[in-house]
Design a protein around this ligand. Structure first.
Ligand code: PGA
Length: 251
């Protein structure tokens, strides 16, 4: 499977930052895909500044498929028009701050696929779930999110989908699950995807996200069913992000 590395800049950056980042970023390593997700207003600027070998991505997408009276929303068609190839859906920061529900995520993955984008569906347990119920409870919570967001799976969706396992407590905290916990979670997600679609379940990229750094990426990328990373803080420094992407090179 082609490893996929995604830079999620969150609400950071400026036109000047994009130019500096693009000048310092290494081209995607051979055999890897690298997507950059700047804030929505900077998508066009980023597309101009980045070499075409980089995929462009949006950090969110409207749940409504058709253009219309949806103030503040940005449709999949518009994202595609701006050169996007991927759209992050259901990031835990949006689930918390914008109250995005599983039902919104379901609509958004469909909207992304319908627009010809690849949805990257974020799933992940909160700290209390893992503390109280351990790995089994964490896996159950994550699979429930996956089931809810992909309730209406079609071959078109399965061909486009990527999943990002991002434990909420690991995001921006410097904490990560153990390699064994990541292996168990990614194995469970893979198994569930295989149950949903025999034809495509083995080909859907399952990314890990949450405090990924050049120090831990080399070990994490070698865990079975870890097919790349969704990188937040460490993606803002191009050299650091380059080092993370380079961990895939000898795979
Ligand atoms: P982080 O964020 O790498 O800063 O932990 C990951 C994410 O939120 O996607």
């Amino acid at each position: 499977m082609t490893p996929l590395f995604v830079a999620n800049w969150k609400m950071h950056g400026s036109r000047a930052f994009i130019g500096e980042w693009a000048a310092a970023a290494a081209l995607p390593p051979d055999g890897c895909e690298v997507a950059v997700c700047p804030p929505l207003p900077y998508l066009a600027e980023a597309r101009r500044a980045l070499p075409s070998a980089f995929l462009l991505g949006a950090q969110t997408i409207a749940s409504q498929r058709d253009d219309g009276a949806h103030t503040g929303e940005v449709s999949g068609r518009m994202l595609k028009d701006l050169g996007c190839a991927v759209a992050i859906v259901g990031h835990s920061e949006r689930r918390a701050a914008q109250r995005e529900q599983d039902s919104d995520c379901a609509a958004k993955v469909q909207a992304a696929a319908a627009a010809g984008l690849r949805p990257i569906l974020c799933v992940g347990e909160c700290a209390a779930t893992r503390q109280k119920g351990g790995s089994a409870a964490a896996i159950a919570a994550v699979l429930a999110q996956l089931d809810a967001a992909c309730a209406r799976g079609t071959d078109d969706l399965w061909q486009r989908l990527a999943v990002a396992y991002e434990p909420v407590w690991a995001i921006g905290s410097g904490q990560t699950p153990s390699a064994d916990d990541i292996r168990a979670m990614h194995g469970a997600i893979r198994q569930r995807l295989m149950q949903k679609t025999k034809a495509f379940g083995g080909r859907i990229a399952v990314l890990y996200g949450g405090s990924v750094s050049p120090e831990n990426a080399g070990a994490f990328i070698r865990i079975e069913n870890v097919n790349g990373f969704l990188v937040g803080g460490a993606s803002l420094a191009p050299q650091t992000f380059n080092a993370i992407c380079a961990t895939a090179a000898p795979l």
